[in-house]
Design a binder for this molecule. Structure first.
Ligand code: VGL
Ligand code: ZN
Length: 197
């Protein structure tokens, strides 16, 4: 019963459902990323119908950033701000709600709650926590991409910030840079007190 998950004190966080992750032609395609879009759309509809807040996040990088392997980091070039790959997947259901962009200044970090200066390591908050507090949110439901990267870190931070946190694993998919990363991420989340379905 998706409807019962949502109310006015609950926010649905739709993490990084962008072409580079969710389209098979994307630069950092997450296996099955396209298959979860309809599942996420059902959640968006249920949340909207229940008066829950729907927040979308987007990874948004400059062309050069230590986040990318070519510049000393981990990942292939992806979600460069202003490109097709950074756009939300066209099949994703969009309703009114804030869109949080992460990384636009070249910051690193995977959680939707914070970014990190790659040189100094200094962390700073995004607008997300303030937005959730303004809306008197007590619970968050996290869906999207990728299960073992941004979904994981966002859900960790959500519990740390005191929100009751639910991850709908069927509405997420892992990068699995190392096989088993997704399963380990879900276990770590459970250990941290996150409810994982
Ligand atoms: C992500 C890898 C690199 C994500 C972002 O959104 O999960 N993964 N940047
Ligand atoms: Zn990224």
């Amino acid at each position: 019963m998706t409807e019962t998950r949502y109310d006015e004190r609950t926010a649905l966080l739709v993490v990084d459902v962008q072409n580079d992750f969710a389209d098979p032609e994307g630069n950092l395609y997450v296996n099955g990323g396209d298959a979860i879009v309809p599942v996420i759309n059902d959640e968006v509809a249920a949340a909207r119908d229940a008066g829950a807040l729907v927040v979308y996040t987007r990874d948004a990088h400059p062309e050069q950033t230590p986040h990318f392997a070519k510049d000393g980091g981990t990942w292939p070039v992806h979600c460069v701000a202003g490109t097709w790959g950074a756009e939300l997947h066209p099949d994703l259901r969009r309703v009114d709600g804030p869109v949080i962009e992460k990384g636009t200044g070249g910051e690193d970090g995977y959680s939707a709650f914070s970014v990190r200066d790659p040189n100094s390591g200094e962390e700073s908050a995004t607008a997300l926590d303030d937005i959730l507090r303004e809306h008197d949110i007590e619970r968050v439901v996290v869906v999207g991409l990728a299960q073992d990267v941004c979904v994981q870190d966002t859900a960790f931070d959500a519990t740390r910030h005191g929100y009751e946190t639910l991850v709908l694993s069927e509405a997420t998919r892992p990068v699995d840079l190392t096989p088993g990363d997704g399963a380990r991420a879900l276990q770590h989340l459970r250990d941290a007190g996150v409810t994982v379905t």
